[in-house]
Design a binder for this molecule. Structure first.
Ligand SMILES: Nc1ncnc2c1ncn2[C@@H]1O[C@H](COP(=O)(O)OP(=O)(O)O)[C@@H](O)[C@H]1O
Ligand SMILES: [Mg+2]
Length: 248
């Protein structure tokens, strides 16, 4: 029997056979801007650290950890305290973006045999930080900004697989946050969705009745999950998925 990692987000475990995410899975959390991806990821680390004694690492690629903590201060979570206690480690990986640019296009000599600096550095950061606090949960937010460095699908696929292999070696259960390329209920699947063991989607959809926030577990290997569309709300305690309500 595999172990399961409770997301700690009201409603989500209910959609996952009442268990949670199979331990060690790498799950993509896709969503439109402002849909609550960062909130979801922080909430999962917060619950892990406070309720399950599972330390977590949050790797941020866009905003500084300080910005993330400032933005999250409207929630009822004591993230700064957990950070000081070493239960959640925030890692600023934003400087690595663009490292790949070293000699990629113009300077052919450097480009030959060049290593993929930004991905290697990210992998190092993940390994070191997970070891440092004995993390069981890992978030990378947002992956999209690193993936922009791989315009070709074939390169992107390779980079994602390399990253996933590195994360697998840590035995952490991971959330990789990414932007949804097409914000609509009818959309094309992205490469991430084929490669991941799990995919959860947060969307803001404008409909005739007004703005709807919609959550879906699109994929979760190893579990007979619910894949219906469910409404969700964000309040001072974070995200709340209404597992018993459906959007049709
Ligand atoms: N204390 C709060 N109460 C209710 N909603 C909030 C609160 N704090 C943030 N939000 C909502 O969360 C949204 C931002 O979520 P965020 O996780 O940053 O989105 P994303 O990472 O997908 O861009 C905001 O648009 C806002 O509507
Ligand atoms: Mg965000």
């Amino acid at each position: 029997m595999p172990n399961y990692i409770s997301t700690g987000i009201p409603g989500v475990d209910e959609l996952l056979e009442g268990r949670g995410i199979p331990e060690g899975h790498i799950v993509f959390l896709l969503g439109s801007p402002g849909s609550g991806k960062t909130t979801f990821a922080l909430q999962m680390l917060y619950k892990g650290a406070t309720e399950y004694n599972e330390p977590g690492v949050f790797i941020t690629l866009d905003e500084s950890p300080r910005r993330i903590l400032d933005n999250a201060s409207s929630f009822t979570w004591n993230l700064r305290e957990l950070k000081d206690e070493g239960k959640i480690l925030f890692i600023d990986a934003s400087p690595i973006k663009g490292l790949k640019g070293l000699g990629t296009s113009q300077d052919k000599n450097i480009a030959i045999g060049k290593k993929d600096f930004s991905l290697d550095t990210l992998v190092d950061m993940i390994e070191t930080s997970v070891k440092e606090i004995g993390a069981k949960r890992l978030v990378v937010d947002p992956l999209a900004s690193l993936m922009l460095e791989y315009p070709k699908v074939v390169d992107r696929r390779k980079a994602i697989l390399e990253l996933m292999e590195a994360i697998s070696r840590t035995n952490c259960t991971a959330l990789l946050v990414s932007e949804l390329a097409h914000a609509s209920l009818e959309r094309k699947y992205q490469i991430e969705e084929y490669l991941a063991q799990g995919v959860m989607v947060l969307q803001r959809v404008v409909r005739s009745e007004g703005l709807n926030r919609i959550f879906q577990v699109e994929k979760m290997r190893g579990i007979n999950h619910d894949s219906e569309l469910h409404p969700y709300k964000i309040n001072k305690d974070g995200i709340n998925i209404f597992a018993r309500e459906r959007i049709v």
